[in-house]
Ligand binder design. Structure first.
Ligand SMILES: Nc1ncnc2c1ncn2[C@@H]1O[C@H](COP(=O)(O)OP(=O)(O)OP(=O)(O)O)[C@@H](O)[C@H]1O
Length: 333
């Protein structure tokens, strides 16, 4: 039976700024099953990273979770003390970022930093931690690990640095790994290698992964479940198959039209027209409405409810409500 290791329920996160309250995440709900890969997809500014940082409670000082629950194995992490949170980060849930250089300390060797992470979160100390560091580098496919531990981050390539970051994140065998745009800064071939590595580690270690990305194409083959975000809200969530083959939100359809597809070679990619919404001034209705070619009057006025589709996945779009009503009307005639 499936088991939710993480359950995010109606999460709201805001930032206080001189210009007003930036409502970055507005009612995000999803479940992450043990050992599964979940993708969070959306364009820049849609609230993907803020959702991830809310889970880790690593928001910037002006940020705050204003509503909702984050349950880890059934326990609400909002109630965790700072000490419990330090244990949670690393042992239960780890995060890797887009640019490993911002996370790796340039003045310490790779070995030193790995050893420190291992000593901090596990019982392995000294020589045992050093041996574990080499073991972890081998696991993530770093060649000549004995030599690498003595090197500084600047001596490694971008792909190699990301492997080191993954090794560090996995040193304590967390149940959940959050990867925030882990391959965006890498060139395409290295990107594919890192994604492959993450998939194989997921299989080997059995952890769950949350992949945060703006590129639906990147995660097409690796995710079990996908949530599509726009303007801090979830537009659609379901299995990867639901999202790719049976999309029920106009934004998801737009995203799909804008990624290359081998079945449509020669076809033009269609970008989504318009600009992202202003989070300081959220529209009353559907966040995507100003850019939606199918928008109706109700879309401007009211936020669409999340509806379960016949195949079981969820979408928040008034067009589905209209379609459902018309079907019902047709059935009654
Ligand atoms: N400390 C902050 N103060 C004010 N606004 C913030 C802060 N951090 C994030 N935001 C805003 O929250 C919104 C969501 O940001 P978030 O980083 O989650 O977007 P994203 O979907 O991950 O996109 P990207 O890939 O560009 O990071 C953005 O409009 C961003 O400007």
């Amino acid at each position: 039976m499936s088991e939710n290791i993480l359950s995010v329920q109606n999460l709201h996160t805001s930032f206080h700024t001189d210009k007003g309250e930036v409502k970055a995440v507005n009612g995000v709900t999803f479940n992450l099953e043990k050992g599964k890969i979940l993708g969070i997809v959306g364009e820049s500014g849609s609230g993907k990273s803020v959702t991830a940082y809310s889970i880790m409670r690593i928001l910037e000082k002006n940020g705050r979770i204003t509503e909702g629950k984050i349950l880890y194995k059934g326990q609400d992490i909002a109630a965790f003390s700072e000490k419990q949170m330090r244990e949670f980060r690393g042992k239960c849930c780890s995060i890797i970022f887009q640019d490993p250089m911002t996370s790796l300390n340039p003045v310490f060797t790779v070995g030193n930093q790995l050893k420190e992470a291992i000593e901090l979160h596990t019982d392995r100390k000294g020589k045992e931690a050093e041996a574990r560091a080499i073991e972890m580098l081998t696991l993530v496919g770093v060649n000549e690990p004995e030599k690498r531990v003595k090197q500084y981050p600047y001596e490694l390539s971008g792909g190699m640095r990301q492997r080191v970051m993954i090794a560090m994140a996995l040193a304590c065998e967390p149940d959940i790994l959050i990867a925030d745009e882990p391959t965006t800064a890498l060139d395409v071939t290295i990107q594919a290698q890192i994604l492959e590595l993450m998939q194989s580690l997921q299989k080997k270690l059995g952890m769950a992964i949350i992949m945060v990305t703006h590129d639906l194409g990147v995660i097409a083959d690796m995710c079990d479940e996908i949530i599509v975000m726009y303007g801090g809200r979830v537009c659609e969530r379901g299995t990867a198959e639901d999202i790719f083959y049976r999309p029920h939100h106009e934004y998801t359809k737009g995203l799909l039209r804008s990624i290359p597809n081998v079945d449509r070679i020669g076809e033009k990619l269609i970008p989504i027209p318009g600009t992202p919404i202003n989070l300081l001034n959220m529209p009353k209705g559907c966040a995507f409405c100003p850019r939606c070619e199918e928008a109706m009057k109700i879309c401007i006025e009211e936020q669409p409810p999340e509806m379960q589709m016949p195949d079981g996945h969820f979408a928040s779009c008034w067009l589905n409500v209209k379609a459902a009503m018309e079907e019902e009307k047709g059935g009654r005639q």
